[in-house]
Design a protein around this ligand. Structure first.
Ligand SMILES: [Zn+2]
Length: 83
């Protein structure tokens, strides 16, 4: 028997961080954050949630930011929108 086992990303939620300025170019309202939950799958059934990947991108300078690079302003805006 072959056991199909792996990890897959779940749904991605995208939120616009309006009113937040980009830490790189300083443009306001250009940041979009996306959160993707990763699941462990057995036979394509998600059985365990591993964690959530958080990424942000600036629509102006196209720079991407990892969760570690988020500014306090970005974190606060995300908290308000993602809960
Ligand atoms: Zn930017």
């Amino acid at each position: 028997m072959i056991l199909f086992f792996g990890t897959r990303p779940g749904k991605t939620r995208t939120v616009a961080l309006s009113g937040v300025s980009c830490p790189h170019c300083g443009s306001r309202g250009q940041l979009t954050a996306s959160s993707t939950a990763n699941f462990i799958h057995i036979f394509w059934i998600p059985v365990y949630r591993l964690g959530t990947n958080l990424l942000a991108e600036c629509g102006h300078c196209k720079r991407g930011f990892f969760k570690e690079d988020f500014t306090t302003e970005m974190k606060q805006a995300l908290k308000d929108r993602l809960g």
